[in-house]
Design a protein around this ligand. Structure first.
Ligand code: GSH
Length: 216
């Protein structure tokens, strides 16, 4: 029995990089995937879900309750945090920018601000433009770090796999597969270096084996 239990939904999202880090490092963990109905019934249980959100991760009886902290643990265990302080801070910079895309998606695509609109055309109008601008802005910042720091195609900082690469993989996949109102050519045409990083991560044998088991 693993001493790590990760709880999230059955898609990559904020737990995706955590699952990949464990898969790459061969670290066993209990991968609990809630249905939305299960989450609806559980979300007010602040003992289990102190922020009223997932992911949460239990390690040796301690609960970690935010995706950034959870991923920090997984990335450290998997050896994906650069030892060099400057490289470490640049990977962190990328990860902070990418989280802003998720925050934008929560605000615009999923959460309250546009939920009350009835007309589907108006929903699209309210979501597509602002979200696309958010994505372009933050991917632009990520791309700038990659241009400064990458020394090999497919890697965002230096020439070896880091936590930032796993988070880029997840966000690129999220934009491609889960964002109804997002035109993915924004990424294919505007950010080929980020696509190359996604492809590099997806080509890692442990990741391929993992995705064959959990295609989502
Ligand atoms: N800051 C939190 C945000 C977590 C969050 O918003 N999670 C979403 C899924 S990605 C969630 O639980 N949504 C369901 C809800 O709010 O009811 C983190 O990074 O862990």
């Amino acid at each position: 029995m693993s001493n790590i239990r990760l709880t999230y939904f059955s898609f990559p999202g904020r737990a995706g990089p955590v699952r990949l880090a464990f898969a790459i490092a061969g670290i066993p963990f209990e991968d609990i995937r809630l249905t939305f109905a299960e989450w609806g019934a559980a979300r007010n249980n602040l003992e289990l879900y102190p922020q009223g959100s997932v992911p949460v991760m239990d390690v040796d009886g301690k609960k970690i309750c935010d995706s950034a902290a959870i991923f920090e643990y997984a990335a450290a265990r998997a050896g994906l945090l650069p030892a060099d302080p400057l490289k470490l801070s640049r990977t962190k910079e990328i990860r902070v920018y990418l989280e802003q895309i998720f925050t934008g998606a929560d605000a615009l695509m999923n959460m309250n601000s546009t939920r009350k609109i009835q007309d589907p055309e108006k929903v699209k109008e309210a979501r597509q433009g602002p979200f696309t601008e958010t994505v372009k802005f933050y991917l632009g910042l990520v791309n700038k770090v990659v241009e400064d720091e990458s020394t090999a195609p497919g890697f965002s900082v230096g020439s070896t796999l880091t936590a930032a690469d796993l988070q880029i993989e997840m966000v690129v996949g999220f934009l491609e597969k889960y964002c109804e109102y997002f035109d993915f050519t924004v990424v294919t045409e505007g950010f080929p270096k980020l696509l190359a990083i996604r492809d590099q991560v997806n080509g890692i044998p442990a990741v391929q084996a993992y995705l064959a088991k959990f295609p989502y």
